[in-house]
Design a protein around this ligand. Structure first.
Ligand SMILES: [Zn+2]
Length: 61
């Protein structure tokens, strides 16, 4: 499950954590992940939301 998501990936809205400095980033709308604004790292762990097929509540509003 803990597969890092590279920056530039198309992702859904959710919360992502930098694999390098643990900076958390919230993506509010569907777009590409940027590099970490804190350390410039380009990989993210999905904290919640995102593209996970295991998300039990897809698109809940
Ligand atoms: Zn970082």
């Amino acid at each position: 499950m803990a597969e890092p998501v590279p920056s530039g990936s198309d992702v859904s809205a959710g919360t992502y954590m930098c694999t390098s400095c643990s900076h958390e980033l919230e993506i509010g709308s569907t777009k590409s992940l940027p590099p970490c604004p804190n350390c410039g790292n380009g990989e993210w762990h999905t904290v919640r939301g995102g593209d996970s097929v295991k998300d039990p509540y897809p698109d809940q509003r």
